[in-house]
Design a protein around this ligand. Structure first.
Ligand SMILES: Nc1ncnc2c1ncn2[C@@H]1O[C@H](COP(=O)(O)OP(=O)(O)OP(=O)(O)O)[C@@H](O)[C@H]1O
Ligand SMILES: CC(C)(CO)[C@@H](O)C(=O)[O-]
Ligand code: BAL
Length: 281
């Protein structure tokens, strides 16, 4: 039986009734199989699972898709029931921010929050870390699951937990993909048929990058050849999001728009050492 609560007071009661370890899976709802993989990871890690469903206005800028973001709570609860989730916390904006946004105390993301997603979406990580820390305080978890699809978000949450001594173990969940390779995302439903076809250049670019000694150049070649995509960034960074190493394991990160829909994806890549005599060395 899944208990669905909408207020902090009811969440506190539901939390107190749980025994053993607890894992939380923070989401914005519109749950898909990528979320299901996070629920599975949470179930495997802890005795009880809490899922939060909250479309957090703090992480959207005025021109972004806050109003049209899909809200499908009934279906979300059905998935949670099927997956054996103990508690779903689905608060209103007023429940989470009763004093409004003006003057709100927030968690500042630091310099890592200003690159990549943070450069394209200023204030995004402050919005994410602020709500995630509130959700952690409210749900008091031992574990928290985050998807690698949002790789920088996962890194920022890990950093916050470490820097602020939150004592929560952050578990990473590998990106779940559709059969054709597109990373599952609640925003995929916005895509027209033509936009979805163009979006497939992203997983193609990832596969090409993984097969190339120069992953960045390989990804740039494929994405540059797709007129239906407006690339925001293609970057290769270290796994900690620092500068890419000269050679060895690294992370390829991509953000691009298909029509008005902004998609992100990322994957592990390996940079091969340059050989003496290589004209590019
Ligand atoms: N395809 C996926 N595979 C694994 N985890 C995922 C996937 N998609 C989302 N998640 C994870 O689920 C959690 C909640 O994400 P969220 O509710 O924003 O879904 P989303 O599909 O990423 O939505 P959007 O792309 O619209 O932001 C995050 O930790 C996110 O990384
Ligand atoms: C972590 C999160 C639930 C915070 O609003 C959101 O950024 C998301 O769904 O990835
Ligand atoms: N999945 C990350 C949340 C966002 O894009 O707003």
């Amino acid at each position: 039986m899944t208990t669905v609560v909408h207020t902090k007071a009811d969440l506190a009661k539901a939390r107190a009734a749980l025994s053993g370890t607890v894992a939380v899976v923070p989401t914005m709802g519109a749950l898909h199989d990528g979320h299901r993989a996070n629920l599975g990871r949470a179930k495997a890690a802890a005795d009880a699972v809490i899922v939060t469903v909250f479309v957090n206005p703090l992480q959207f800028r005025p021109h972004e898709d806050l109003d049209k973001y899909p809200r499908t709570l009934d279906a979300d609860v059905r998935m949670c029931e099927a997956e054996g989730v103990d508690v779903v916390f689905a608060p209103s904006v007023n429940e989470m921010y009763p004093d409004g946004r003006e003057g709100l105390t927030s968690v500042h993301a630091g310099p890592d929050g200003e690159i990549l997603e943070g450069a394209s979406r200023p204030g995004f990580f402050t919005g994410v870390l602020t709500v995630v820390s509130k959700l952690f305080h409210l749900t008091k978890p031992d574990f928290a699951c985050f998807g690698e699809k949002d790789f920088q978000q996962l890194a920022m949450v890990r950093r916050m937990v470490r820097d602020l001594d939150m004592g929560i173990e952050v578990l990473a969940v590998e990106t779940d993909r559709e059969d054709d390779g597109l990373a599952r995302s609640s925003r995929n439903i916005y895509l027209s048929e033509a936009e979805r076809a163009a979006a497939l250049a992203i997983p193609h670019a990832i596969r090409a990058a993984q097969a190339s000694p120069d992953p960045l150049a390989a990804a740039e070649r494929i994405l540059g050849a797709e007129p239906g995509l407006d690339v925001d960034y293609i970057a290769v960074r270290g796994n900690d999001l620092g500068e890419a190493p000269e050679s060895g394991p690294a992370r390829l990160l991509i953000a691009a728009k298909a029509g008005t829909t902004r998609l992100i994806d990322n994957a592990p890549v390996v940079i091969e050492p340059r050989k003496i005599g290589d004209p590019d060395a």
